[in-house]
Design a protein around this ligand. Structure first.
Ligand code: NAD
Ligand code: MG
Length: 374
């Protein structure tokens, strides 16, 4: 029996993780959770589960919740996230959105808790620090992102020195068939309509801009510690192959599956074992698998991510923060779709890169570049 705690339990990943726990009551129990502002969804969760600790974003709701659920401890705000991260459990699933996940993730690592990592922004903002801290504490970081779960599975039992390249697949997001010209007029509603995956709003926009794939390249770099040139991406619109590894002898191993994040979440919970699950990929219904090279002109954000990796230092931190700001503006209808990448590019250009930053530097740049600076 493993106790699982979840940061971001009301989100897309959090909800699917709760499904996995509910479907396997003899294997998993829920420990502590954090949520943002979706109190209705929290109340639904509390009809099925009894976490011992719940963190909410706003203090104002704590009093009512405490009187309605006297057997549960409630906490709030950034401290609440740290409380959840430091409460004892076997696995902490980081399914919160954005770099706000960084401090709680480090806290859990210091507590020697295994991390099931969905919150990729944490590795983009501070991958060197997080991975170093995990190594020092002998803590495993198990990927939940479907591509990295695929790579992790393909690499199982392999010697990393024999890897020729990691090939991360990309669905192409909501606008994969549009030209740059056509992107000028796309709307928020169009952007939120992902062809293959149902996900939270921010990652859906990141998929449409291809920032998400850029993040995933950086995430792979930190998780698997390979030279950047060994991390490649390919357009694969069916999202059936979740990623693949080519070895030095030209053998390739791929991981395939439905577009169902519960497979990757469940594997992160059961690794190194597996558990039965009831949603198989029907190979006979697949007609074709397509692959196309990535176009860095069409998908500039992917290029920015490779630039940030190449530069090292704080450039990826700034890129992530600028993107969080810009996507927030887009979601509020303040800017157009293409302005997202303009803002990210401008903020990356204006930044004086700092090599080997400490955590304080990263947190301060994150706050600065996430704000409404001019
Ligand atoms: P989501 O927006 O659906 O959920 C985010 C969760 O974080 C919610 O519970 C929300 O309340 C909480 N949250 C957000 N801001 C908060 C704050 N300031 N304080 C406290 N709580 C806050 O997002 P998601 O799609 O589930 O994605 C979560 C993470 O997983 C992201 O980092 C994303 O990139 C990654 N991821 C998601 C998917 C997917 O299929 N959805 C796949 C791979 C990786
Ligand atoms: Mg992914």
């Amino acid at each position: 029996m493993k106790t699982i705690s979840i940061l971001g339990a009301t989100g897309s990943i959090g909800t699917q993780a709760l499904d996995v726990i509910k479907n396997n009551p003899e294997h998993f129990r829920l420990g502590a959770i954090s949520i943002g502002r979706n109190i209705n969804r929290l109340r639904e969760i509390l009809t099925d589960f009894t976490p011992h600790l719940v963190s909410v974003q706003d203090e104002s709701v704590v009093k009512d919740l405490t009187s309605d659920y006297p057997h549960i401890e409630f906490t709030y705000g950034e401290q609440g996230l740290l409380d959840v991260a430091s409460s004892s459990c076997d696995i902490l699933l980081t399914a919160i959105m954005g770099s706000i996940g960084l401090k709680p993730t480090l806290k859990a690592i210091d507590n020697k808790t295994t991390i099931a990592l969905a919150n990729k922004e944490t590795l983009v903002a501070a991958g060197d620090i997080v991975m170093r801290r995990a190594k020092e504490n002998n803590v495993s970081i198990i990927p939940v992102d479907s591509e990295h779960s695929a790579l992790f599975q393909c690499l199982k039992g392999e010697n990393i020195k024999e890897v020729e390249q990691l090939i991360i697949t990309a669905s192409g997001g909501s606008f994969r068939d549009l030209t740059r010209e056509e992107l000028t007029h796309v709307t928020l509603k169009d952007a939120l309509n992902h062809p293959n995956w149902s996900m939270g709003q921010k990652i859906t926009i990141d998929s449409a801009t291809m920032m998400n794939k850029g993040f995933e390249v950086i995430e792979a770099k930190h998780l698997f510690d390979l030279p950047t040139e060994k991390i490649q991406t390919v357009l694969h619109k069916e999202s059936i192959i979740h990623s693949m590894v080519e070895f030095i002898d030209n053998s390739m191993i791929a991981q395939l599956g439905n577009s169902d994040m519960r497979t990757a979440i469940q594997y992160a919970f059961t690794h190194p074992e597996r558990l039965h699950k009831n949603n198989p990929l029907k190979l006979s219904e697949l007609h074709q698998l397509n692959f196309k090279p990535m176009d860095f002109h069409r998908f500039k954000m992917l290029k920015f991510a490779y630039d940030a990796l190449e530069a090292g230092g704080t450039l990826a931190t700034v890129m992530n923060a600028a993107n969080e700001f810009a996507v927030g503006q887009f979601l509020q209808g303040q800017i157009s779709f293409l302005e997202i990448e303009e803002i990210v590019e401008r903020r990356m250009m204006m930044h004086d890169n700092i090599q080997n930053p400490d955590l304080e530097t990263i947190l301060s740049l994150d706050a600065q570049y996430k704000s409404n600076m001019r």
